[in-house]
Ligand binder design. Structure first.
Ligand code: GLP
Length: 245
């Protein structure tokens, strides 16, 4: 696992967007694992800028998203399907039929089955983008006694519900369950970029980059086992956790 420290969050977003653009240029049929959350919004803005400036071609790109809330339909503005359309897919020449965000409504067992097959369909993702939750979750794989390798239904932790309540009218409106790619599937990607910024991510990032241990209590630490994982943080966060660069 490699750590890159940037001047500031804008630089982090630029760097990651440029990496995604390079992958798409080199392999127009690339399969990208994508993420949601506030952190990724600016990465997508940068990617759209590159798309416009350089005529980047997404027409043959396939994407699969990390997770979705249970109970929100795709038209719901707080669903991750809506987020992806709104922040990326509506602004580039991707064929929406080539994009997959697990459904939040319907038979969960069937969705899980479909999700698992989408992750492995036509080989592993070439790239996986990740944010990180306050307790170190990736996708919606929450800290606990065990981690799931494959896509599954997850109960969201209080800290996650609280952190994500900023998008909802109030905390009681945040879904209590989500469907998420498992950590084994996340790690099947050929290359992974995890991006973090801000004080709220201090503990999670400390656990990820300041010691050599892997623990289910901080799911992001599984990335230490991946040979091509990159953690992108800004100087402010690096200083906060005492990482020397
Ligand atoms: C959600 C998503 C994660 C994301 C995390 C952090 O819980 N399921 O994939 O990494 O939020 O989001 P933010 O970037 O808004 O802090």
């Amino acid at each position: 696992m490699k750590v890159i420290v940037t001047e500031n969050f804008n630089e982090s977003c630029k760097l990651v967007a440029e990496r995604i653009a390079t992958i798409v240029k080199e392999k127009p049929t690339a399969k990208l694992g994508l993420a949601t959350g506030g952190t990724c919004e600016d990465i997508y803005k940068n990617l759209i800028d590159i798309y416009k400036k350089e005529n980047l071609d997404f027409s043959k790109v396939h994407t699969v998203n990390l997770d979705e809330y249970i109970g929100l339909d795709p038209e719901n503005e707080l669903s991750y399907r809506y987020y992806m359309n709104n922040h990326l897919f509506n602004h580039i020449n991707i064929d929406k039929a080539n994009t997959y965000v697990a459904g939040g409504i319907g038979d969960v067992d069937k969705i899980v089955e479909e999700f698992r097959s989408k992750v492995s369909e036509n080989g592993a993702p070439d790239f996986q983008l990740l944010g990180i939750g306050v307790s170190g979750h990736i996708g919606f794989n929450e800290a606990g006694d065990k981690l799931h390798s494959l896509a599954h239904l997850e109960d969201l932790q209080k800290s996650t519900i609280k952190a994500n309540s900023r998008y909802f009218e109030d905390e009681s409106m945040v879904p209590r369950k989500a469907i998420t790619m498992g950590v084994g599937e996340i790690c099947s990607a050929k290359e992974i970029y995890l991006v973090a910024t801000g004080e709220s991510k201090k503990n999670a990032i400390e656990g990820l980059i300041m010691n050599p241990y892997v623990t289910t209590q901080n799911p992001s630490t599984i990335l230490k086992l991946h040979t091509n994982a990159v953690v992108v943080i800004d100087k402010a966060l690096a200083d906060l956790v005492g990482y020397k660069y």
